[in-house]
Design a protein around this ligand. Structure first.
Ligand SMILES: Nc1ncnc2c1ncn2[C@@H]1O[C@H](COP(=O)(O)OP(=O)(O)OP(=O)(O)O)[C@@H](O)[C@H]1O
Length: 552
């Protein structure tokens, strides 16, 4: 732990957990503040408060007291002495009597924490979860009776009749096709209906618009749909008192929507509006806390409104078999598929892994360089997307930073004409790190510098059409020789190479591996060993929330 993560003034249990690397200053500090403001000094209560803040930081909505030790590999990655843990009965008792804690779902919010069904929440996150629970239950109560929807046809019928529908499936399972069919039905049956299309990020919204190929359909970000106001994190122009005008709202890439954004969306729908949630619940979740799509799809009460699309229309081969094995937690099947000798899959470790990545980076770099030499931006962009190097980590030996440096060194050595000097060298692969909606460019979009009959310009595919931008007007442009799996979510590439986090890394989860593998259309090279694969598959990210249990 870095020294500044130490909470200098922490004492007792908080100090132990802080020094062991389990709690950072940003977890300890609010707990201490609340203790001071509300007159609570019981170390067990302050520890629970700090662990709840930590759980939120890791993406969970609440801290289930009886499942604490399995949370986020707390004990794998820190030096916690098991003797420090309070006895769970006494711990819950201390929380029940604490001035920091509201007990049960009923009482009005007046304290920072709330204890419901054995789980501790920050009041604001409990309130968001309650909005989602209440609104979802009201919609589920009005859903047409019937069994679980099977396939695309049922999903379309349901979306026409039910106040809420979930369309869940991996890449290529026909989610976009189903959205198009729903929109065609709505147009045929109620031509005046106002349909809103949105996605959690600008890039996902742009991709939704592009893939619908419908001049009358334009997707926006969820923030834009709700009317985001500058300077306000939580207030939107549309809420329960000023609802959205839409009769139907369709959200794509729903796995990236946080609990709080889902709460704001549900509050803002006008009475009678229908909601269609589309996404892949097995992928990595939102940056902010929550895993709403997975929570909803797992709740037995939602069985009648969740259409799980499982037939892969785009590809069938070994990649799909591997993705399914990962998704269903079958490590033996995953390892057997990897060992089957299918040319689309390879698992290599150590020097062999590095050498194989080098070969792929150089081969793809040669294709990009050739297109750049021919001043052919369309070909350069296609070559750029033919291979992508993905890392679980941003920094550290398994991260984007050192692998990018290696890639630059390999390209410099092996690709004639690749001279990485300055900001705008021809062949530089670049990525947007900010949204520029007025230009049609979004955070995470990738492009390449090409000099096509003039000074070098950054070329991006905007709505499928190559367009040139001066690299100097695009602030926050970075090189993209490698990217995180998180950033690659929502994109696919012909070939993907994945540097797995080492066994023991808290990032090595089933969702990370599934998301990485399912980015590939034709081949996947995994750099790591069988232990890392098994560990990832055995470890679903387990974001905790009370939503699944309370949707009844
Ligand atoms: N019922 C169907 N019959 C024939 N082709 C289909 C059907 N459904 C989807 N497809 C085709 O399969 C391919 C993948 O479908 P689609 O793009 O809708 O998948 P998706 O789940 O949205 O994928 P992604 O998440 O990658 O965007 C498309 O080419 C689509 O036209």
């Amino acid at each position: 732990m870095s020294p500044d993560a130490r909470a200098v003034s922490a004492t007792g249990l908080l100090a132990h957990f802080n020094e062991a690397g389990a709690l950072t200053w940003s977890d300890v500090h609010p707990a201490q503040q609340w203790g001071y403001l509300f007159g609570e000094s019981d170390p067990q209560v302050l520890l629970a408060a700090a662990l709840t803040v930590r759980a939120l930081r890791m993406g969970s909505i609440c801290l289930p007291l009886d499942r604490l030790r399995e949370l986020d590999q707390l004990e794998d990655t820190s030096d916690i002495d098991p003797a420090w843990w309070p006895e769970s009965g006494a711990w819950e008792e201390a929380l029940r009597h604490s001035p920091l804690v509201t007990v049960g779902p009923q009482d009005a919010p007046s304290r920072p924490l709330r204890l419901v069904d054995g789980a501790l929440y920050l009041e604001r996150h409990y309130a968001d979860q309650e909005v989602v629970r209440r609104e979802m239950l009201a919609r589920l109560a009005l859903a047409p009776p019937g069994g679980a929807p099977q396939g695309q046809g049922d999903a379309v019928e349901l979306a026409i009749a039910s106040p809420v529908t979930v369309i869940a499936g991996g890449p290529g399972t026909g989610k976009t096709w189903t959205i198009k069919a729903i929109m065609a039905r709505i147009r045929a049956e109620s031509p005046d209906a106002l349909v809103g299309l949105a996605a959690p990020t600008g890039k996902a919204a742009a991709r939704m618009t592009e893939s619908l190929q419908d001049p009358a359909a334009r997707a926006v970000t969820l923030h834009a749909l709700l009317g985001w106001r500058r300077g306000s994190r939580t207030r939107f122009a549309h809420d329960a008192t000023r609802p959205l005008p839409h009769d139907v709202v369709i959200i794509d890439e729903m796995s990236m929507v946080s609990m709080s954004l889902m709460a704001r969306l549900l509050e803002a729908l006008k009475p009678g509006a229908r909601l269609v949630l589309v996404g892949d619940p097995d992928q990595l979740s939102s940056v902010d806390a929550g895993s709403v799509l997975a929570d909803i799809t797992q709740a037995p009460a939602s069985a009648g409104i969740v259409a799980r699309l499982s037939h892969n229309y785009r590809f069938q081969g070994a990649i799909a078999t591997l993705a399914t094995a990962i998704r269903t937690g079958d490590a033996d099947a995953a390892l057997a598929t990897l060992a089957s000798g299918d040319p689309s899959l390879r698992l290599l470790d150590g020097e062999a892994g590095v050498a194989a990545v080098r070969d792929r980076v150089v081969a793809a770099g040669r294709d990009v360089a050739e297109a750049v030499r021919d001043a052919d931006p369309a070909h350069a962009l296609a070559a750029l997307d033919a291979h992508r190097l993905l890392c679980g980590h941003r920094s550290g030996p398994f991260g984007v930073a050192p692998w990018s440096r290696s890639a630059v060194a390999w390209l410099t050595a092996d690709v004639p004409g690749f001279v990485p000097e300055g900001e705008a060298y021809p062949g530089r692969p670049v990525m947007m790190t900010a949204n520029r909606p007025e230009l049609g460019l979004y955070n995470g979009d990738t492009g390449v510098v090409v000099a096509a009959g003039g000074p070098p310009q950054a070329w991006f595919s905007v709505g499928g059409i190559p367009q040139a931008f001066s690299p100097f007007v695009l602030d926050g442009l970075t090189s993209v020789h490698a990217m995180t799996v998180h950033k690659a979510q929502g994109s696919q590439f012909r070939d993907v190479s994945v540097v797995l986090p080492p066994a023991g890394s808290p990032l090595l989860t089933r969702e990370l591996l599934y998301t990485a593998v399912s980015r590939a259309k034709e081949s996947v090279l995994l750099v790591g060993d069988e232990a890392a694969i098994s560990q990832a598959i055995a470890r679903p990210a387990r974001r905790m929330s009370g939503l699944t249990a309370r949707l009844r």
